[in-house]
Design a binder for this molecule. Structure first.
Ligand code: SAM
Length: 500
């Protein structure tokens, strides 16, 4: 890593995390969560593109080894940027979880493994010839023995309450718990009190100091066992059974709840009706991220998600007062995150946070998944023409128009919540083709689409245009029928380079 690299929180890096992590200094991050696509390094192509396309795991990687070979160098870099006191969470499922665990043991060390969290992801469903697969795994590791952990609590189950908190008095519901511990000791913890000597039952006094401390002004450590027992008794916290054994009255309302265990069944997936739902199939619930962030970080800490999709980790971090960094290889994901930060917190890109893009080469653009290419082209054209390029959210269904360019001042008005009445109609349609020779029929189709939309001016982006196509565009301009601007990818890249 170059020395010049400084930690820049409030950044969304758009690119492969393998490259982007080099921008982050050693041991600078407090908490890392990742939720990489399980089946493929190029899964984003289907994830952010055509959600209909579903290919089997083996089609993509061949086997789990290939997946691990892809992930290992990325996790090694994540390990490098994690602070010595940091925590790491890897979210995955049955496809590769066992291979992932072995890889993580090797990178983080077996001794730094903390939990394999099982998150019940869906309700019961029918998998006719096997048990329903309804859970994800989240591996929790730390980098050393020194790390932040704030235990979380959940509500007690009714059955537990009925079994244990069986008593009630004017203070509320309570259970009886032991005032003694196993084994005989000498001295103060074996005194006789109210006729009971614990050593007769092979036990010694174990008085809950926290309960005594709540009732006195001085330090509990200054009290003898007898004095502690008296304080609890006088305040009604000790009950003596018929056979003379004293017990501590543990009131339900004093308890924080049941300490959270490693099987999580209380966070439902994002339902079709959920408010937070953005419509991406792998979006994780905010409650899940809030739980992890609250457990394993403090306010002001830096949280990193290197596969951050639509940015749930970033939003949860922002909400909980943590600093954050996001990385995603998909430009579409980066745009979605940017929009989400605006929608949820009114954070402005370029002012409150940065979207750091890596410049693409023509060769990379040629092999980019089409939907990603289309998004890149519309956004880049927008930036280079001082307009706001908004790609279509869906891959199909917009009849020959792949995106729209809106004059910037309209976007500002929209963000300021101003009335756009009369203005919404001002935009230029954009057509994108990832091909070398766009021909005359493509121009005809775009012209027809423009007319359908009632537009006279539009943009067509491709790697190249045929002579016939150029001729037709000139003709349409001359006759005053339409102003179609042909933009090559080369031109876009040149304009981009001139801007830097
Ligand atoms: C399962 S999704 C993450 C969903 C996320 N947890 C959320 O709640 O929205 C995985 C993400 O990883 C991204 N991705 C895939 N390969 C990547 C890579 N090499 N570097 C960075 N991001 C990558 C994909 O574009 C996708 O957005």
């Amino acid at each position: 890593m170059k020395k010049s690299h400084q930690l820049k929180t409030g950044s969304i890096y758009c690119g492969d995390c393998l490259k982007m992590l080099d921008e982050i200094p050693d041991e600078s991050i407090d908490l890392i969560y990742i939720d990489p696509p399980f089946n493929s390094n190029r899964n984003y192509e289907t994830f952010w593109g055509d959600v209909q396309e579903k290919r089997a795991f083996t089609d993509r990687f061949g086997d789990a080894d290939a997946y691990i070979r892809y992930m290992r160098p990325r996790v090694e870099k994540l390990y490098r940027v994690l602070k010595k006191t940091g925590s790491f969470y890897y979210h995955c499922d049955w496809h590769a979880s066992h291979y992932v665990k072995i890889m993580l043991d090797e990178i983080f060390s077996f001794n730094n493994f903390k939990n394999e969290i099982v998150w019940k992801r869906t309700s019961a469903h029918n998998d006719p010839k096997q048990y329903g697969r309804n859970s994800d795994r989240i591996f929790f590791y730390t980098k050393s023995d020194k790390y932040t952990f704030h235990p979380q609590y959940t509500e007690y189950e009714e059955e537990y309450l009925n079994n244990f908190y069986r008593f009630k008095d004017k203070r509320g519901r309570y259970r009886l718990s032991d005032l003694t511990g196993a084994g005989v000791t000498k001295g103060d913890s074996n005194i006789e009190w109210k006729g009971y000597k614990p050593s007769t039952r092979k036990r010694h006094w174990a008085v809950p100091n926290w309960a005594v401390q709540k009732l006195i002004d001085k330090e509990v450590a200054e009290l003898t066992i007898r004095e502690k027992l008296e304080v609890l008794y006088e305040n009604g916290f000790i009950e003596i059974s018929k056979n003379g054994v004293p017990s501590f009255k543990r009131y339900l309302e004093e308890m924080k709840g049941a300490p959270l265990q490693e099987i999580w069944t209380d966070i439902p997936p994002i339902s079709a009706q959920a408010k937070e739902r953005l419509g991406y199939p792998t979006q994780k619930p905010m409650a899940l991220m809030e739980r992890i962030i609250s457990s394993s970080s403090n306010k002001g800490d830096v949280v990193l998600d290197a596969f951050c999709g639509c940015g749930t980790t970033l939003v949860a971090s922002q909400k909980l007062g943590r600093k954050w960094i996001g990385i995603d290889v998909s430009p579409t994901a980066c745009r979605v995150m940017s929009q989400r930060l605006w929608d949820d917190f009114k954070l402005v890109e370029g002012k409150d946070f940065e979207l750091v893009d890596i410049r693409k080469t023509e060769a990379e653009l040629r092999i980019m998944p089409h939907f990603e290419f289309q998004n890149w082209a519309v956004i880049a054209l927008g930036q280079l023409t001082d307009m706001s390029g908004i790609p279509n959210k869906r891959k199909s269904g917009d009849f020959g128009i792949d995106g729209r360019l809106y004059p910037i001042e309209l976007e500002k008005k929209k963000k300021a919540g101003e009335d756009l009445f009369g203005d919404v109609d001002r935009y230029y349609p954009v057509q994108v083709k990832q091909m070398d020779k766009v021909g005359r029929p493509d121009i005809d189709n775009f012209y027809a689409a423009m007319k359908r939309d009632g537009r006279d001016k539009g943009y067509f982006i491709a790697f190249g245009f045929s002579g016939e196509a150029e001729k037709e565009v000139k003709r349409l301009y001359k006759t005053g029928d339409a102003d179609i601007n042909l933009v090559t990818v080369k031109k876009l890249l040149e304009m981009e380079a001139n801007l830097l």
